[in-house]
Write a protein that binds this ligand. Structure first.
Ligand code: PLP
Length: 414
C-alpha cells in the first residue's frame, strides 16, 4: 500500500492555511489589502472564497474597464494563446502590425511602441524625449531636463520614484536619476517659468489619479500645449489611468481638444487580462529609436497584441467612452445628492471619481473597510479620498447599490 508522503522540500499546504496567512508569511509586505479573498469575477462583480458577491468599484486601478472576464476578450485571449503567444520582437508576427495601426489611428498618434507595464511606457517616453532633445533640439549631451508635475504617479521604477513628490515612494530607494524637476500641477505660468533651453519634455497626467483624482483647472491642458509649442518642449500625457474612455473621452486630453506629442497608455489596454502598455508619439519623436536602442522581451507579443486589439475594438463596439461619460455623470450626481456632511467634495470626470471624506469622521480606509462589509469593494487613495472607478460596463442599478452602501456606511460612522 502506498501512502502519499509529500516531499520534504515541497510540503503541501495544510488544510486551514488561509490564503491571507500564506501571503503574510511568504510574500513581501508591500501592500495592505482589504481582508477579502477573491476567487472569481464577472462583469462589475467579484466573488470571494465564501461565495459572497461584491460590486467592484475600483476595477484594478482602472485596468478592468471592460469588466471581469469579458467573454469577447477571454475568447481573443484563449484563441491567440492556443495559436501563438510569445515570440519576442526578433521576428514579425501577424498580430502586432494591425494592433499598432488600430492604436495609432484611434488616438491620432503617428506611431506606437508596445511595452507591458505602465511604468515601462513612461520609461520609454523618458528615453524618447531625451534622445529627441539631443538629436533634434540640440540640447548639449547629458543636459536634457524633463519637467514633471507635483503629485505625479508614473509607476515604481527607481527613475520614476526619483521624481515623485510622495516621500514614502522615495524613502530608502535613492540615489535617484538626475534630470527631472517638478512644477505645481494645474499651474501653467509655473510651467513656463521652469522651462530652460535644456527642457526636453513636460510629462503630465491630465487628471492625477493616484494623487487623489485631482482635476486641474479648465484650460490648463490647452495652456500647457501652447507653452510647449512656444518653447519647443514635448508635451507628454501620461494617460495610463485616464486613457481609453475612463474619463468619458477616449483620451482625457480630448476634453480640451489637445493633442500631445507623446502619450502613454496601459492599464485598460490589456482588457483586464494582461499587462499591455504603449508609448505613442509623433513621427520625429519615435524616429529617435533605432534597432538596439530599446526593447522588451514581452513587449508587443502576439498574445498581448491580440488582446489589446480586441479591447480597442470592444471599446468602440460597446460605445464605452460615451457610457463612461453618462454613467460617470449619473454617479457624481447621485453622490452629490447625498449631501452628506462627511463628504467634503466629490470630484472627477467620467467614471474616475474621488469622494473626499472629512478626516474627523473617518479615514478613507475605514470607509473602504466598511464598504467591503456592505458588498462594495474599492480602495482609498491619499488617506482622505475614496476612489470610485468601476468597470465602464457598470449599470445604473449597480451604481445605485454602491451609492446606497456608501450612504449606510457614512451613517454608521458619523
Ligand atoms: C498606474 C499608473 C502608472 C504605472 O503603471 P504600472 O502598470 O503600475 O507600472 C503610470 N502612470 C499612471 C498615470 C498610472 O496611473
Amino acid at each position: 500500500m502506498h501512502t502519499a508522503t509529500p516531499h520534504a522540500a515541497f510540503p503541501a499546504a495544510a488544510p486551514g492555511d488561509a490564503p491571507i496567512a500564506l501571503e503574510a508569511q511568504y510574500g513581501a509586505h508591500n501592500y495592505h489589502p482589504l481582508p477579502v479573498v477573491l476567487t472569481r469575477g464577472a462583469g462589475a462583480y467579484l466573488f470571494d472564497d465564501a461565495g459572497r458577491r461584491y460590486l467592484d468599484m475600483m476595477s484594478a486601478y482602472s485596468a478592468v474597464s471592460f469588466g471581469h472576464s469579458h467573454p469577447v476578450l477571454v475568447r481573443a485571449l484563449t484563441e491567440q494563446a492556443g495559436r501563438l503567444a510569445v515570440t519576442s520582437r526578433a521576428f514579425h508576427t501577424d498580430q502586432l502590425g494591425p494592433f499598432l495601426q488600430r492604436l495609432s489611428r484611434m488616438t491620432g498618434m503617428a506611431r506606437a511602441l508596445p511595452m507591458n507595464s505602465g511604468a515601462e511606457a513612461v520609461e520609454t517616453a523618458i528615453k524618447a524625449a531625451r534622445k529627441w532633445a539631443y538629436k533634434v533640439k540640440r540640447v548639449p549631451e547629458g543636459q536634457a531636463q524633463i519637467l514633471v508635475a507635483e503629485g505625479n504617479f508614473a509607476g515604481r521604477t527607481t527613475t520614476i520614484v526619483g521624481f515623485s513628490s510622495e516621500a514614502q515612494y522615495r524613502d530608502g530607494f535613492g540615489p535617484f536619476a538626475p534630470g527631472f524637476a517638478s512644477v505645481p500641477f494645474g499651474d501653467a505660468p509655473a510651467l513656463e517659468a521652469a522651462i530652460t533651453p535644456h527642457t526636453a519634455a513636460f510629462i503630465v497626467e491630465p487628471i492625477q489619479g493616484e494623487a487623489g483624482i485631482v482635476v486641474p483647472p479648465a484650460g490648463y491642458l490647452k495652456a500647457v500645449r501652447e507653452i510647449c509649442n512656444r518653447h519647443n518642449v514635448l508635451m507628454i500625457c501620461d494617460e495610463v489611468q485616464t486613457g481609453l474612455g475612463r474619463t468619458g473621452a477616449l483620451l482625457a486630453c480630448d476634453h480640451e481638444g489637445v493633442k500631445p506629442d507623446g502619450l502613454t497608455l496601459g492599464k485598460a489596454l490589456g482588457g483586464g487580462l494582461l499587462p499591455v502598455s504603449a508609448f505613442l508619439a509623433r513621427d520625429d519623436v519615435m524616429a529617435q529609436f533605432t534597432p538596439g536602442d530599446h526593447g522588451s522581451t514581452f513587449g508587443g507579443n502576439p498574445l498581448a497584441a491580440a488582446v489589446g486589439h480586441a479591447a480597442l475594438s470592444l471599446l468602440e463596439r460597446e460605445q464605452l467612452v460615451q457610457r463612461a461619460a453618462d454613467q460617470g455623470a449619473y454617479l457624481m450626481a447621485r453622490l452629490r445628492a447625498l449631501a452628506h456632511p462627511a463628504i467634503t467634495e466629490v470630484r472627477g470626470r467620467g467614471l474616475l471619481v474621488g469622494v473626499v471624506i472629512d478626516p474627523r469622521v473617518a479615514s478613507a480606509r475605514q470607509v473602504c473597510e466598511a464598504l467591503m462589509h456592505e458588498g462594495v469593494l474599492t480602495k482609498d487613495t491619499h488617506h482622505t479620498v475614496v476612489r470610485l472607478a468601476p468597470p465602464l460596463v457598470i449599470e445604473r442599478e449597480q451604481i445605485d447599490v454602491a451609492v446606497q452602501a456608501l450612504a449606510r456606511v457614512l451613517r454608521s460612522l458619523a
